[in-house]
Design a protein around this ligand. Structure first.
Ligand SMILES: [Mg+2]
Length: 175
């Protein structure tokens, strides 16, 4: 296929072949971002502080196992609400922690953090994936609103309870 991928799509090596793919969220599913949640638990979310700590995230063993268990014939796409500014740090983290992944998709850099809700961002990325011939066969996310969106899109989805969304006072745009 064309190698002219959107700028916020980062293949690990080769561009994944079109056809069935698996979509895995990162924060709260594979990366333990608990230590950074406090930056969002305030009146004005501190996005700089929130993203500055991504390299220090621990690994959620179940998420790493899930990525590793995906059929070798299916590409693992990490679809995260993280801004594209931290794509390089995120790629390094995925490698350092031996996560199986084939392509990382981050929130486009030109978007303001809160310009669109995470649900709308991920819905748009799914549409773009489908336009280019990718067929999401399974997804996993820790945000119930995103799980509901995936279900509306007809994608079987695993809900992973991270607890990051259980405080109703916090920003729920989510990553
Ligand atoms: Mg998440």
């Amino acid at each position: 296929m064309s190698t002219r991928l959107p700028g916020n799509w980062h293949p690990r090596a080769e561009v994944p072949p079109t056809g069935p793919v698996v979509l895995l969220d990162l924060d709260g599913v594979i990366a333990d971002a608990e230590h950074r949640q406090r930056f969002l638990h305030q009146d004005e979310p501190d996005w700089t502080g929130f993203y500055a700590g991504v390299g220090a995230d621990g690994v959620i063993a179940a998420g790493r196992a899930l990525a590793g268990a995906v059929d070798g014939g299916l590409a693992v796409l990490i679809l995260t609400g993280r801004v594209d500014d931290v794509s390089s740090a995120t790629r390094a983290w995925l490698e350092e922690n031996r996560i199986r992944w084939d392509m990382l998709i981050c929130r486009p850099a030109q978007e303001d953090d809160e310009a669109r809700h995470a649900v709308d961002y991920k819905r748009d990325e799914i549409a773009q994936l489908r336009r280019l011939g990718y067929e999401p066969a399974l997804a996993a996310d820790d945000n119930r609103k995103i799980v509901a969106m995936y279900e509306q899109e007809g994608i079987p989805t695993l809900y992973v309870p991270s607890g990051y969304y259980d405080n109703s006072n916090r920003y729920d745009g989510g990553v």
